[in-house]
Design a protein around this ligand. Structure first.
Ligand code: MN3
Length: 241
């Protein structure tokens, strides 16, 4: 949801006094927790982390988190804004010689910004497990939580080069989808809303886990905030109605 939609929805919620307090609460949580990727002018912005950099120790060390958020994620935000500027300049100058280059770059940078924004909120310092609707859907579709965990761990560990393991929601089929993304944007399924994203670029783990990506992915299951994943599923289902 962009900021305009967010504001519009907030106004609708504010006016809808017939809504139960439970629905109002759910909307408030969604509105404040779902990612703000752009400001009111459409400029890409990096939201502040909701926790200190040492919050995810020992499984994710503070130095890795600092470098990852401050340099890797922010470079993607800057890159996406620069790409947009270049495309705009090319259109204004009526010179389209370079637009294919900047359009590809924008896909790369924006996808990185988007996935990192989701990634930070998917993590917490307390081990949790899926419950409620999310657990029900996982069990129906994959057999059990353990099976989903094995599935998503395996594809994340086995990505060729840099990429992401993703659990998403597919609105057209009202079902969960697992994707193995290369870089930030390749192999995605159109329309899938990411619920849980696992960054397996080397910058996400190399200081602490060295070449042992599999150990990092396994350790990450101590940090996954399944309540955030469930909140995202709830939001995606509502948007689909
Ligand atoms: Mn990363």
């Amino acid at each position: 949801m962009n900021r305009n939609e967010f504001l519009k929805n907030s106004l609708i919620v504010g006016a809808a006094t017939v809504l139960s307090s439970k629905s109002m609460l759910a909307e408030t949580i969604s509105a404040s927790e779902i990612d703000s990727l752009v400001d009111s002018k459409g400029i890409f912005i990096q939201k502040k982390l909701s926790y200190p950099e040492d919050f995810l120790e020992p499984f994710m060390d503070a130095e890795t988190l600092h470098l990852h958020y401050t340099f890797h994620h922010s470079a993607a935000v800057k890159g996406a804004n620069d790409d947009m500027k270049k495309i705009k300049e090319a259109l204004e100058a009526n010179n389209l010689d370079t637009v294919d280059h900047w359009t590809k770059k924008l896909s790369f940078h924006f996808s990185s910004h988007f996935l990192h924004s989701v990634f930070w909120t998917n993590l917490t310092n307390k081990k949790s497990e899926p419950k409620g609707e999310l657990l029900k859907r996982i069990e129906n579709q994959f057999g059990s939580f353990e099976k989903l965990k094995s599935y998503i761990s395996t594809i994340a560990k086995n990505i060729d080069g840099s990429g992401w393991g993703i659990l998403g929601y597919q609105p057209f089929s009202d079902s969960l989808a697992v994707m193995q993304i290369e870089n930030h944007e390749k192999l995605s399924h159109w329309g899938v809303v990411p619920l849980l994203v696992i960054d397996v670029w080397e910058h996400a783990y190399y200081l602490k886990y060295r070449n042992k990506r599999a150990d990092f992915v396994s350790a990450l299951f101590n940090l996954i905030n399944w309540d955030n994943v469930a909140m995202r599923l709830d939001h995606a289902i509502k948007q689909n109605r």
